[in-house]
Design a protein around this ligand. Structure first.
Ligand SMILES: Nc1nc2c(c(=O)[nH]1)N[C@@H](CN(C=O)c1ccc(C(=O)N[C@@H](CCC(=O)O)C(=O)O)cc1)CN2
Length: 283
């Protein structure tokens, strides 16, 4: 079997084309959406992702506000940057790029973001809204994964899904999304304490690998025909190393390329949250 490619780049391009029209409509009504980013330190991956987010903004007409702080920035410095973006009328939504340097208190900083400007959907208030299944900005990678599966007609309702990795940006919040009544999947959230990972993955119709362990998901762990989404962004010798071994392609029914799969969808859904926040202002 040679898997159907779940093309995130092409799907993101469609989403961005729609956003471009919505941004133009907002501008006609006197509102220019603006995305802010706070990047602390010089992690090479984070630098690339933040640069990509601002390139996307230019493509769809969203204004960019970029705050870059040195790795030595203290808690108070990052708090000041957040307070400024909370107060800035030009910024309709923003993110603090993760991971932050270890000396910073990530949770305290995420909580300081104005929930109405939380473009990542990771503020505890917005995650709480997701738990309660009420309207809120959705976390970008999980939302992108759901839209990518829908774009290719991969059945989600009733599917057995193995999510590997319990981080807040992907695994934990994806479980919340996929178990909403509108998706109705059955999710097993696997993590480093899972006893027999292969057994859980082998049962799954959809596998989402978001553990950050290169080639964790091997060909013999995947049910023939399953959809496999690789969220891994480890860097080995400067190149992206995904969580899924390359030969999984021989057995999977659908597979994301990496790069070109989940990453571009994450960025497109970030823009979507910024545009939605600007539209909400006009309601
Ligand atoms: N505040 C946040 N920080 C992080 C998040 C997040 O959702 N919010 N997720 C990840 C990284 N991430 C988002 O910032 C991200 C990862 C990958 C890409 C992407 O476009 N990847 C490209 C390849 C780019 C390259 O050459 O390396 C692709 O897959 O084609 C965008 C965003 C952690 N931090």
């Amino acid at each position: 079997m040679s898997a159907v490619k779940l093309d995130g780049k092409a799907t993101a391009a469609k989403i961005k084309a729609d956003l471009k029209n919505r941004v133009a409509a907002l501008k006609e009504r006197g509102v220019t959406p603006g995305l802010g980013t706070v990047l602390v330190g010089d992690d090479p991956g984070s630098q690339i992702y933040v640069a990509g987010k601002h390139r996307d903004c230019a493509e769809v007409g969203i204004a960019s506000i970029r705050v870059d702080l040195p790795a030595t920035a203290g808690q108070a410095d990052v708090e000041a940057a957040i307070d400024e973006l909370n107060a800035s009328p030009a910024c309709t939504g923003y993110i603090v790029q993760l991971p932050l340097p270890k000396h910073l208190d990530t949770m305290a900083l995420l909580e300081r973001i104005d929930p109405a400007k939380d473009a990542d959907g990771l503020h505890p208030v917005n995650l709480g809204r997701l738990v309660h299944m009420v309207d809120a900005p959705l976390p970008c990678t999980p939302h992108g994964i759901v839209l990518l599966l829908q774009e290719y007609g991969v059945p989600i309702k009733g599917a057995e899904v193995a999510v590997v990795g319990r981080g807040i940006t992907v695994g934990r919040s994806l479980g919340l999304l996929l178990t909403r009544r509108s998706e109705n999947a059955t999710v097993t959230l696997c993590h480093t304490g899972t006893q027999d990972l292969a057994a859980h993955v082998r049962r799954a119709d959809i596998v989402v690998a978001a553990a950050g362990v290169p080639e964790l998901i091997k060909k013999d762990m995947v049910k023939p025909g399953a959809a496999v989404l690789d969220v891994g962004v480890s860097r080995v010798a400067g190149k992206i190393a995904g969580d899924v071994a390359l030969d999984v392609e021989d057995v999977a029914g659908y597979l994301t390329p990496n790069p070109g799969g989940v990453g571009p969808m994450t960025r497109a859904l970030l823009l979507s949250n910024v545009v939605e926040a600007a539209e909400r202002r006009l309601r």
